[in-house]
Design a protein around this ligand. Structure first.
Ligand SMILES: NC(=O)c1ccc[n+]([C@@H]2O[C@H](COP(=O)([O-])OP(=O)(O)OC[C@H]3O[C@@H](n4cnc5c(N)ncnc54)[C@H](O)[C@@H]3O)[C@@H](O)[C@H]2O)c1
Length: 417
């Protein structure tokens, strides 16, 4: 049972999943242990994740542990149809996803993923949890817990918890240091540049490249754009983060000033209408607009449509809007996550860590059998550290250990000058 674009794409997807797995040694090791120990025996999992080669390896890890996994997409434009086919055909996973699906189909697919009555939920952006609470609340009593992959999802879950609406325990995988320090920064950094380059093939060197939001994703994007020779500008609303960007060597200014001179504007804020009508009205001719934040709300698409007199599609994933005064603005990937819609998402080596956290948290929630209180929980520090330890071991990197004397010294207050 599945809803995918084309089962014939399975062999191609299988090759890409295998290529990704070679870069995911931590998850591979967990898969081997899960196959022996079956910590998820019989557990029904509903996963709403970007359907990528890395996600396929996570799904297979959970399957190896004994779970029955259903998978739907966490974005209408991020599904890799060949991967969906490989999972459905070769692993018997009920996958409900196809690239470019309508919003109605997107939610219908979430419903299909929920239909088996999940005991664990896996989300990237909290759309599945939202749907479960709003439209499928009859299934809530059977849920033991869930995990959330991204910053925006964690924000939505915290809002639900604040309102007393969240009815089970969700672990904020995003907030693990071994997730956001690496995935959000190095993963989004590399893959966002990858998406922009694949979509446009425009030289970055010497161009003014504005990053809006200097959080974990923004830091990564700015760092990698600088590495390509761009002249990077940062726009922020938070004084500490703006100051950090200044001391990291970037020009910092309000977006309304940056927009006049930017060849690229890339958003990574998790906020809405960050690039709005006032910015679009003065943006430089030819400016490329892209978003790497979770939802397609960061660039005001309605304002862009309203300002445009015509629209064309010079390349796949590029929409060129011509404005009344003749300026052109180029929107990438319909304002959706550019790294997933115009490229392949994060490199596998970084998803290795994020998804190792997911697998270990799934194991934890299955062991606790609903004992965690409703609300948003952090990843236990021992899991966070274990993921880093396993990654270092896989990389063949040894580190030092504290001596007994050092441990005692660090724990004491009696010794001073
Ligand atoms: N593209 C991907 O694959 C990917 C990966 C991880 C996270 N994300 C998403 O990216 C977004 C950012 O995540 P993060 O972990 O960097 O979050 P973060 O909270 O660390 O950073 C967001 C930053 O944006 C700033 N900001 C908010 N509104 C702003 C505005 N109007 N103008 C300028 N700056 C503003 C905040 O002050 C903050 O510094 C989230 O939506 C997250 O879910 C995407």
């Amino acid at each position: 049972m599945h809803r995918i674009k084309d089962p014939a794409l399975a062999p191609h997807g299988e090759r890409r999943i295998g290529w990704a797995l070679a870069e995911m040694p931590v998850l591979r090791g967990l898969g081997e242990r899960f196959a022996r120990e079956k910590p998820l025996a019989g557990v029904r999992v509903s996963a709403c994740l970007h359907v990528t080669a890395e996600t396929a390896n996570l799904v297979r890890t959970l399957q190896a542990g004994g779970a029955a996994v259903r998978l739907c997409a966490s974005n209408p434009l991020s599904t890799q149809d060949d991967v969906a086919a490989a999972l459905a055909v070769n692993s018997g996973v009920p996958v409900f996803a196809s690239r470019g699906e309508s919003i109605e189909q997107y939610y219908a697919d979430i419903d299909l993923a929920l239909d088996h009555g999940p005991q664990l939920t896996l989300d990237d952006g909290a759309d599945l949890v939202g749907r479960l609470h709003a439209a499928r609340s009859d299934l809530l009593p059977g849920v033991l817990g869930g995990m959330e992959e991204t910053t925006t999802g964690v924000m939505r879950l915290r809002a639900m918890a604040r309102d007393g609406a969240l009815r089970y325990a969700v672990i904020a995988v995003n907030d693990a240091a071994s997730k956001h320090l690496f995935d959000n920064r190095y993963g989004t950094g590399q893959s966002t540049i990858d998406g922009i380059v694949r979509a446009t093939n425009i030289l970055l060197a010497g161009r003014a490249f504005t990053v809006v939001g200097y959080g974990w994703c923004g830091r990564g994007i700015a760092m990698r754009a600088r590495g390509m020779g761009a002249s990077v500008i940062v726009a922020e609303v938070d004084a500490l983060r703006a100051l950090e960007a200044v001391m990291d060597g970037y020009r910092v200014m309000p977006l309304i000033e940056a927009a006049r001179i930017s060849d690229f504007i890339v958003t990574a804020t998790g906020d809405r209408n960050v690039v709005g009508a006032p910015h679009l009205q003065i943006a430089k001719d030819g400016c490329v607009l892209a978003n790497s934040g979770h939802f397609n709300v960061e660039i005001d698409l309605a304002a862009l449509e309203a300002l445009a007199v015509s629209k064309s599609r010079p390349r796949e994933n590029v929409e060129e809007y011509r404005l009344r005064d003749g300026r052109r603005l180029c929107l990438l990937a319909e304002g959706r996550l550019v790294n997933l819609a115009a490229a392949e998402g994060h490199p596998s080596a970084v998803m290795d860590m994020s998804f190792a956290n997911q697998a270990l948290c799934a194991e934890l929630l299955a062991q606790r059998r609903g004992a965690l209180a409703s609300g948003v929980h952090g990843v236990p520090p021992e899991i966070d550290r274990e993921v880093a330890r396993l990654k270092l071991a896989a990389l063949g990197i040894a580190i030092d250990t504290l001596t007994a004397e050092q441990r005692a010294y660090l724990a004491s207050w009696r010794e001073g000058t």
